[in-house]
Design a protein around this ligand. Structure first.
Ligand code: TXA
Ligand code: MG
Length: 351
């Protein structure tokens, strides 16, 4: 199959609607990352998403809707969902509610709950509205790869496997939406994103963060969200986080990476000097810029055959929590404490 790439304009959207209405798959831009969409009401189309991505069958998808009215047709909509949707939709927030029978169970991988999101990206909204049906859409990457933040990333993973990519330029946020479970009457974050715990607490007075957000699940432990179980965002390079006060982190990062061509360091501006022999890649000035760049950098590292990536850690407040959640998972929770005695540093590439 040949994959067509067209601008996400009126004409492109008309093409996309035609493909989707016939049960086909279309990758489309959102403000977070690119999504791989299918008609959520067409079970066969939904199952083909899992095949194209190589996605584990137990990992549910997000239904992207055109508005609160459409969300209410498919999920049990309580006052908390209403308040959060009013505060943050359209935008990078996904709400987990009870699924109604009007939504095929394949979308939520058989779960009694359903993830709903109204994206902020104008072309995405125009597409869903023009379709008239909700779009089931995970991130448009092959399973286990970093989420795509450009149309080119989508092609790198899915060229030949899907008929159409709408190109809307680079995603503004760069990390996936915040996933919040509202089935319990209190908001509980299952995946942090650009709508932060602080923002949710401001809007509705409280916000919990599932503690599995920042640690590895034990083998037999129940996952609050199936996505936590799967390894995510992973580059092929071996990745390690270096945690500790700036002075110690700087010293440790230099010692680990200086003079090694096949080793990258990801750090915010100002932590490390730009020196010859150090493959420094900037995460930008703050968590917002780091969010925007992270997945792109991980993909670039793969393309260049980087064998080892060291990354500094960020404060876990605001958007920093989302960046740290992705970094920790990309590193498979592999962390060094700077300032403590060095362990053996394994160097081999894992593939
Ligand atoms: O920003 C985003 O959310 C992007 C764009 C395309 O909208 N989509 C995205 O989808 O990141 P995906 O499938 O890559 O991530 C959805 C996450 C997964 O971790 C999944 O396990 C979780 O949401 N999820 C979906 N439905 C769920 C449910 N019913 N209960 C708990 N977690 C759920
Ligand atoms: Mg994904």
């Amino acid at each position: 199959m040949q994959t067509l790439r067209v601008p996400a304009d009126r004409e492109g959207i008309i093409k996309a609607v035609r493909v989707l209405a016939q049960g086909g798959l279309v990758a489309f831009p959102t403000e977070t990352v690119y999504g791989l969409g299918a008609n959520a009401l067409d079970s066969q189309a939904v199952l083909s998403i899992f095949r194209a991505k190589g996605r584990p069958a137990d990992n549910p998808l997000i239904a992207h809707v055109s508005g609160i009215a459409q969300a209410r047709e498919y999920g049990r909509w309580g006052p908390l969902a209403q308040d959060l949707a009013q505060a943050f939709w359209p935008g990078p927030l996904t709400l987990i509610v009870e699924r109604l029978d009007s939504m095929p169970s394949q979308v939520s991988a058989g779960l009694p709950t359903l993830a709903l999101r109204l994206p902020g990206h104008e072309a995405a909204r125009a597409l869903i509205t023009a379709c008239g049906f909700p779009l089931a859409a995970p991130s448009a990457n092959r399973s286990g790869r970093p989420s795509p933040t450009t149309a080119q990333h989508v092609l790198d993973d899915l060229e030949g496997l899907i008929p159409l990519v709408l190109d809307g330029g680079p995603s503004q946020v760069g990390l996936e939406s915040t996933v919040v479970d509202v089935t319990g009457g209190h908001p509980r974050i299952l995946r942090p994103g650009a709508v932060t715990p602080e923002m949710i607490a401001m809007a509705v007075g409280e916000c919990q963060v599932a503690d599995a957000v920042m640690r590895q699940l034990a083998p037999q432990e129940a996952a609050p969200s199936p996505g936590m179980r799967h390894r995510h965002y992973a580059p092929r390079a071996r990745m390690t986080l270096v945690e500790g006060p700036p002075e110690a982190a700087r010293e440790r990062l230099l010692r680990l990476a200086q003079g090694r061509d096949d080793t990258w360091v990801l750090a915010l501006e100002g932590l490390l000097p730009r020196t010859p022999g150090l493959q420094l890649r900037s995460l930008g000035r703050d968590a917002r810029e780091a969010a925007h760049r992270l997945f792109h950098l991980l993909r670039e590292a793969d393309q260049q055959g980087v064998r080892q990536i060291y990354a500094q850690t960020l404060p876990r407040d605001g958007l920093g929590l989302a960046v740290m959640n992705r970094l920790a998972r990309a590193a498979n929770f592999n962390t060094i404490q700077a300032g403590e005695t060095p362990d053996e540093e394994p160097m081999e590439r894992k593939d």
